[in-house]
Design a protein around this ligand. Structure first.
Ligand code: NAP
Length: 245
């Protein structure tokens, strides 16, 4: 995996994953909205062995801009082997419930942008007959919890698109990787009370790297979230609706 486009490249998890690819001498196009943070990530990856690191400042709420990023990456990197989509925000569920525009913005960042990127990259990889499509989704997409269902709906939408793409891209030799972390200690969750079973960005980032390198399909990380997710899926609807989670 030599040429990688990472969107949301300043994400704590994505940075950790990118460090492993940098050690393999990968070339990167890093996309983010904050030029200073992006420059710091780029310097870090260069120092860790990256072959080449280019950056582009984009507000990933801009879907038209998302749509052009794949062609831009192909041009800047001289081709493309992998896409890692890492942007995300954890919506204020209560605020979303009374503000449809905020809900749309959250769905746009967490679902529409990633899906736009995936569909563009899929077309490129399908013609190329190789490539890796990877997104950091979430265990939150497994079921609509009453405290977090806007975020969960966005992540579920992306996971569903990934599943469909896996069917479409299988014969083209393209891997489609859905990484579903549980709670991870990152800036996105810094305002939340400490949760049990919390993972570090370093361990989840390393799992993202391994999943992409080996073309895994669906990865829960840490591993025990697979069984927690399964248990959550098995709770009858009538009981689930009463749970204050
Ligand atoms: N942390 C968790 O518990 C957890 C669990 C499951 C899944 N995830 C998912 O993991 C992914 C990475 O998140 P993280 O935990 O590493 O948190 P993070 O460090 O806060 O990363 C979030 C990333 O999204 C970027 N972003 C947000 N709005 C953007 C916008 N409008 N335009 C461009 N970039 C934007 C942020 O940019 P700035 O650096 O400029 O803010 C940052 O790079 C997300 O998709 C998240 O949903 C996280």
């Amino acid at each position: 995996m030599n040429r990688i486009l990472i969107t949301g490249a300043t994400s704590a998890i994505a940075q950790q994953a990118a460090r492993h690819f940098a050690a393999d001498r990968a070339a990167f196009l890093l996309v983010g909205r904050d030029p200073d943070k992006l420059a710091a990530v780029a310097d870090d990856l260069r120092a860790r062995g990256a072959k080449e690191v280019d950056t582009v400042v984009v507000d990933l709420l801009d879907l038209a801009r998302c749509s052009r990023l794949i062609d831009e990456a192909v041009e800047r990197l001289g081709g493309l082997d992998a896409l890692l989509v890492a942007q995300g925000t954890l919506p204020d569920q209560a605020a979303c419930e009374v503000d449809p525009e905020l809900t749309l913005r959250e769905l746009s960042l967490n679902a529409m942008g990633p899906i736009t990127l995936l569909l563009r990259a899929a077309a490129h990889f399908e013609t190329q007959r190789s490539g890796c499509l990877a997104v950091i989704t979430s265990v939150a997409g497994v079921r609509g919890r009453r405290t977090n269902y806007v975020y969960g709906a966005a992540k579920a939408a992306v996971s569903t698109v990934l599943e469909g793409l896996r069917g479409r891209m299988g014969e083209a030799g393209v891997s489609v990787v859905d990484i579903r972390p549980g709670f991870v200690e990152t800036p996105m969750t810094a305002h939340l009370p400490k949760k049990p079973l919390v993972a570090t960005a370093a361990s989840v980032g390393e799992r993202v790297y391994r999943a992409m390198a080996s073309g895994d399909a669906v990865v829960y990380t840490p591993w025990f979230w697979r069984w927690i997710a399964l248990a959550i899926q098995l709770i009858p609807r009538s009981i689930f609706a009463k749970l204050p989670i």
